[in-house]
Design a protein around this ligand. Structure first.
Ligand SMILES: Cc1cc2nc3c(=O)[nH]c(=O)nc-3n(C[C@H](O)[C@H](O)[C@H](O)COP(=O)(O)OP(=O)(O)OC[C@H]3O[C@@H](n4cnc5c(N)ncnc54)[C@H](O)[C@@H]3O)c2cc1C
Length: 676
């Protein structure tokens, strides 16, 4: 056994001996999915739907706290406050020339990090839902064009809108991921930004996913109508948990693949509670869905990567694939900020975030923060391709001050110490497909050493010319806002050539393509040269974007489910039962003007002065063997069930995959904004 594992795995014998000596092999599953984030949740649902295949989903952390199903800003503060997305199980170091290194990609250090709980980074997402331009999708490769992917976007989407918007906009109506026609909250500054952008000639776009060219509009969101957040755990995973053929194992970190004669047979994982390593076998396929940082990590630790890099850290080369961890694309942005006199979000949160004496306005906790989006096509891009209509400059408007304190990656409402002194708004000038790229690399063959993310400096003249145009457009827009003479630009260097930070979301580190030399998976998402091993997550997306990747990962995983099963699937059937936490629910308990941190404390069940029964409580972590989610035949996790039943204050909405989605708003943004 030990010998055969040594041969199979091709890594340090000590670890293999530990496995062989202590751990009986687990029974095999048809499919083993590594990573229960956005893509992993879609796959777990779709692959187990027929009941024919046994599916194991493995994830670092467990069920998300229900605060993640709360209002967007409140859940953001919850994450920062509790630092819930950081975990000892996984970390990463980040380097970007010109900025101090970030030693630990955790919320402590950066204000954001890919989440570890089931649902993954969709839990910490701001709910922005902007699909990439069709021309960008057309570049992915055969089978992945806009026309190919459109039905899969629609399969995921459940638009809630007026009759007019339902008829005129380009979304699916029946999918599990709710998309809201109108955001739950819009700050008055945002309307002003839209007006000023229109004065600069940007056409009003009633819907930015339907009108895909140059224009300005409210940013589409994946929120429920009450402003609570939609994420992959609620939308895809929770409805599938009762299936007899789906197991979810959490508290585990997959470190290596079992590879025998170039076929992937299963995975080696560490049970984080006891620190021991175990294996589990896959009869049909292992699917890596660990995200753009950690999927390349598993490959590399398994001996799949650039030969010289593997040899440099003493790992046996199982497959020379130089593109593993390379070709990282992450949108670059620079935050142009302006001081104002009217209260911005930072002065609407109540003490201790806002200065004393300012009344909290809880309705703003439902803001998706980047409330409006203006976009245009640069003259650089137009000269290169006069026929293209794809915008390459994106300006995201935030009605609060964003301090680039420790870029790259600093993101949170804080940015400066509390109480927040700077009252203002920010325009994030953003570029997508820059020549500047990056990589995820590995200093060691040990699973306990974090990977390093490097974002190359943006130095290409074309990128810099585009950046200058973006800044100039933002400044022209601000010059045209009403009361522009009462604004003051905050001079913190933003907009300068060396002030373009990489966003926390990435793509391309295991990109799809035709050849082994410059890609990691083929166009069916199979790892080149290794049988029964696929990758389905943001890492395979081969083209950069100015937007974040929830829409693309949803469509990718929906289509990948059919590639894995080898046939078309009927996506209808399951009913998603979602318990959300709205501002109104909280206000009933905490009072009309409750400060945001009181909401955070209440949701966390941390404040003794609060009622002992918090709206929905955070479940503890379970060892895999005792987890109700892992127990054979178990249905919805016990904690989820208890929480749902005991939460009388919570709005429980029954969102059918089919039906109940086409709830109609009384006003829509066509009529609201047409005259703006
Ligand atoms: C702070 C933040 C805000 C964002 N906001 C938005 C937004 O508003 N709109 C938008 O469109 N996109 C947003 N994004 C991006 C979006 O969330 C991601 O693109 C998307 O979730 C990627 O999906 P994924 O499945 O590739 O990875 P993830 O969702 O990150 O899932 C990866 C999963 O794998 C697990 N995992 C990793 N390694 C292992 C291992 N070795 N063993 C077991 N499990 C493992 C992790 O625990 C995690 O659950 C945001 C991202 C971040 C970080």
């Amino acid at each position: 056994m030990v010998d055969s594992l040594c041969k199979i795995c091709g890594f340090a014998c000590l670890l293999v001996c530990t496995i062989g000596a202590h751990v009986p092999e687990a029974n095999g599953f048809d499919f083993v999915i590594v990573g229960g984030g956005l893509a992993g949740s879609v796959l777990a649902n779709r692959l187990s739907a027929s009941g024919e295949h046994s599916v194991l989903l493995m994830n670092v952390a467990g069920e998300p706290a229900k605060a993640y199903s709360g209002p967007v800003v409140l859940s953001d503060e919850f994450i920062i406050h509790k630092n819930l997305s950081a975990s000892g199980g996984l970390s990463a170091r980040i380097h970007q020339p010109g900025y101090s290194p970030v030693p630990d990609f955790s919320t402590d250090e950066t204000g954001s990090s890919p989440a570890r709980m089931l649902g993954g980074s969709s839990l910490v997402a701001l709910s922005l839902y902007l699909r990439d331009h069709p021309e960008a999708l057309d570049e992915w490769g055969a089978g992945w064009s806009w026309d190919d992917l459109r039905p899969y976007f629609h399969r995921a989407e459940g638009l809630q809108a007026t009759d007019r918007a339902l008829a005129e906009s380009d979304y699916g109506r029946d999918g599990p991921y709710t998309v809201q026609e109108l955001p739950a909250y819009t700050h008055p500054f945002t309307q002003e930004f839209i007006r000023a952008s229109r004065k600069q000639g940007l056409p009003w776009a009633p819907d930015l996913n339907t009108d895909r060219g140059t224009g300005v509009g409210l940013t589409p969101t994946t929120q429920n109508a009450d402003g609570s957040k939609v994420h992959a755990f609620d939308a895809y995973l929770a409805p599938a948990l009762g299936r007899h053929n789906l197991r979810v194992m959490h508290g585990v970190r997959v470190d290596r693949l079992l590879i025998d004669d170039d076929i992937c047979r299963g995975v080696v994982y560490r049970h984080l509670a006891d620190g021991k390593d175990y294996i589990v076998r896959a009869d049909r396929e292992v699917i890596l869905s660990s995200g753009y940082i950690y999927t390349p990590r598993v490959l590399f630790l398994s001996g799949i990567g650039a030969k010289e890099d593997l040899e440099a850290v003493g790992l046996k080369v199982v497959k020379n694939l130089p593109a593993v961890g390379r070709n990282l694309t992450a949108a670059r942005y620079s935050p142009l900020a302006y001081r104002t006199f009217e209260p911005s979000l930072s002065h609407m949160m109540g003490a201790p975030i806002s200065p004393d004496g300012l009344q909290a306005n809880p309705s703003c906790y439902a803001s998706a923060v980047l409330e409006a989006t203006a976009r245009s096509r640069s003259s650089v891009a137009t000269q290169k391709d006069p026929n293209s209509t794809k915008p390459d400059i994106v300006l995201s408007f935030m009605p609060l001050f964003y301090s680039p304190k420790s870029a790259p990656l600093q993101y949170s409402l804080q940015g400066e110490s509390w109480p927040l002194q700077t009252n203002g708004f920010t325009i994030l000038a953003t570029l997508g497909e820059t020549k500047a790229q990056g990589s995820v690399t590995f200093r060691s063959g040990s699973p306990d050493v974090s990977p390093t993310i490097t974002h190359d400096a943006m130095t290409d003249p074309e990128d810099l010319a585009r950046a200058q145009e973006a800044v100039a457009l933002a400044k022209r827009i601000v010059d045209g806002v009403a009361l522009a003479d009462r604004l003051e630009a905050i001079e913190n260097g933003a907009g300068a050539e060396d002030m373009w930070s990489a966003v926390y979301d990435g793509r391309g580190t295991c990109r799809m393509g035709k050849t082994e030399l410059d890609s990691v998976v083929d166009l069916q998402l199979r790892v080149h040269g290794i049988g029964k091993l696929r990758i389905v997550d943001g890492s395979v997306i081969p083209v950069g974007s100015p937007y974040l990747a929830v829409p693309e990962v949803l469509a990718l995983a929906e289509r990948a489910s059919e590639l894995v099963l080898g046939h078309k699937i009927d996506p209808s059937n399951t009913v998603a039962e979602t318990a959300t936490v709205s501002v109104r629910d909280l206000a009933e308990v905490l009072g009309e003007h409750f400060p945001i941190m009181e909401g955070v404390a209440y949701l966390a069940g941390m404040d003794d002065a609060m009622p002992t029964e918090s709206l929905l409580s955070t479940p503890p972590m379970f060892a895999p063997g005792s987890s109700p989610m892992f127990a054979p035949g178990s249905s919805l996790g016990t904690w989820t069930a208890v929480a749902v039943l005991s939460s009388l204050l919570v709005s429980v909405s029954f969102l059918a995959f089919n039906g109940a989605k086409s709830r109609v708003h009384s006003s829509d943004k066509y009529s609201v904004m047409e005259g703006a």
